[in-house]
Design a protein around this ligand. Sequence first.
Ligand code: TYD
Length: 207
Amino acid sequence: MSGLFLTFEGGDGVGKSTQAQLLEDWLRERGETVLRTREPGGSELGNELRDIVLHRRGDMAPRAEALIYAADRAHHIATVVRPALARGEVVVQDRYLDSSVAYQGAGRTLDAAEIRRISLWAAEGLLPDLTVLLDLDESAARSRIDATRTTYDRLEAERAEFHQRVRAAYLELAAAEPDRFLVVDGGRPADDIAAQIRARVLELLSP
Ligand code: TYD
């Protein structure tokens, strides 16, 4: 028996965590066993790597950054996600390999195909059953972040152009794999978005 692997993607401030939480609550109400997790982080080692990659001061070479995300992914998928899927659980995850392609590929201008290959190697080829992309204009996303806090992590602190490249890369990824992606307008009311996501997930749940 194998479970279901659902990932949430999008820029910073688009509302991924809110939607992941709403989906988790709905799945639990239906009686599903849910593992809610995230990258970077999601394991003990991952939380140490998360702290380094998001908060370390000073320079970090883009390839070093890419490999830290990949190291986090390798450990997380092997020790947390695959075991949960093998138990037949529904994994609801904030961010996965598409984040690396968008942020390290388009954002840091590394080669997108190489970044994808490194991620797939790290995760031994695991792809999500469904990836929800919350799409939102960069300035709207920035206003949402600014409304809630005054400190930024290393990636959030990047310039607007960085985040515009990330957004464009996500839309390209979604267009290239329409069966895996559900693209949702992140500017819609949260309840509307949640309903769209539930409708798609329902199709994937076994009857
Ligand atoms: P996230 O956990 O979404 O941040 P927050 O908890 O503040 O909402 O993600 C942290 C940052 O890491 C985010 O800016 C995107 C970045 N990131 C990458 O650059 N590459 C990756 O592979 C992943 C998983 C995240």
